[in-house]
Design a protein around this ligand. Structure first.
Ligand code: PSV
Ligand code: MN
Length: 388
């Protein structure tokens, strides 16, 4: 069995992954949203489910919120609820993609009334962050156009910068703004923040506490994502990850499911660039579980990140550097592949047991009876989903 050195275990012990509250609600495609017995009906129940993931893995102590999906009367109360369950509230995600007014844009809109409304929504998110103790405001924009000539792309960049400046100026001293990019959808011809370069240009003009969010699903097929990771770390602007998997588009599947090797390569660059367990780089999941059970889906996800981090930590960096220096093409590649092909699962299971955690968190959760209990208890009310 492969053994993991004390140094590697010390790194793994520090690892912390933020879960998206929306992963616990129902989701689906434009064809059908399937309900699941026991799906949370409010943010309190979403947080209770997220706490189960942490209880079984010790990997996921933070839950990201989405406003207005996670609107509650008192965020102090929600914060206490989370703390009672052993987790804390993390990144606040704004939402300017589900209101009639935003048909033609929000932070880029040419109508000052609508742009004001979108900026004010972000101010409201910052108020939530003060109550929850959240550090990061994450902005993903659904803005762009569908037809050539439809919009003045240049004017929209200028308005975006002005809107972001207003939002940035409103942040508390310890708070940050992270701007996510996505190359298409729901706009298909042009997207206002389509790539890391645009996100970087927009946040670099704001200041030190504005960073880029890299969602692994938001790139064209074949994109070398680990290159982007390297570059953003090099520039000191990688604020957060939204981890997920894609086969075709923005599929939001379980991280490490579609392309485990890509996840390994990304984590290898994270380690190389000093981004692992670096408080400046938040590890978040941005996933939806359309047909599988949600809590086990999240447990599988955080374990995938942990397993791939362990493998990336196994890379013999000295041997790799020596092979690279001597232009030993195949030797360098072999060093990487040796680590990638190492099965760390038995060693991680052992280590979990030594720390009083279940060796097999998936099995332990399924045996705990929690799913049966919430299915029986959560009767009546509307199940949470996109828009709730
Ligand atoms: C839409 O693509 C999206 O998945 C973005 O990645 C956001 O992070 C997420 O929704 C929540 O707003
Ligand atoms: Mn995302």
């Amino acid at each position: 069995m492969t053994t993991l050195s004390p140094e590697i275990l010390a790194e793994l012990e520090k690892q912390s992954i933020e879960l998206p509250s929306w992963a616990f609600g129902n989701s689906g495609t434009r064809f059908r949203v399937f309900g699941t017995p026991g799906t949370p009906r409010d943010p309190y129940e979403k947080i209770a489910d997220a706490a189960q993931v942490h209880a079984h893995t010790a990997l996921a102590p933070i839950v990201a919120l989405h406003i207005p999906w996670d609107l509650v009367d008192s965020y102090d109360d929600l914060r206490r609820h989370a703390e009672d369950l052993g987790v804390s509230l993390g990144t606040v995600n704004s939402n300017t993609f589900q209101d009639e007014d935003y048909r033609f844009g929000a932070l880029t809109h040419e109508d000052d009334r609508i742009r004001r409304k979108a900026i004010d929504h972000h101010f409201a998110c910052i108020d939530v962050m003060h109550a929850t103790g959240s550090r990061d405001l994450k902005i993903w924009l659904a803005e762009g156009s569908n037809y050539p000539g439809q919009n003045d792309m240049r004017a929209r960049q200028d308005r975006l910068q002005d809107s972001l400046q207003q939002i940035y100026a409103r942040l508390g001293d310890a708070q940050r703004l992270v701007l996510e990019y996505k190359f298409f959808e729901p706009a298909f011809y042009h997207t206002d923040v389509p790539d890391w370069g645009t996100s970087y240009a927009q946040v670099a003009a704001l200041g030190e506490r504005a960073m880029v969010c890299l969602d692994t699903g938001h790139h064209a097929p074949g994109t070398n994502i680990e290159f982007i990771v390297m570059q953003l770390l090099r520039l000191g602007k990688l604020g957060s990850f939204d981890f997920n998997s894609r086969f075709y588009a923005d599929d939001d599947l379980i991280v490490g499911a579609a392309d485990p090797f890509q996840l390994f390569r990304i984590l290898s660059e994270v380690i190389r660039g000093g981004g692992l367990n670096n408080p400046d780089v938040a590890f978040m999941l941005d996933q939806c579980h359309n047909i599988e059970a949600k809590i086990p889906g999240q447990i599988r996800s955080v374990l995938n990140v942990q397993e791939m981090t362990a493998r990336a930590l196994l890379i013999d960096r000295e041997a790799l550097a020596a092979a690279q220096r001597s232009n030993d093409v195949l030797g360098a590649n072999a060093v990487l592949m040796d680590a990638f092909y190492t099965d760390v699962r038995p060693a991680l299971a052992d280590w979990r047991e030594q720390r009083g955690l279940p060796a097999d968190p998936m099995a332990a959760f399924l045996a705990s009876g929690y799913l049966e209990r919430i299915s029986a208890e959560r009767v009546g009310g509307a199940q949470a989903g996109w828009g709730a």
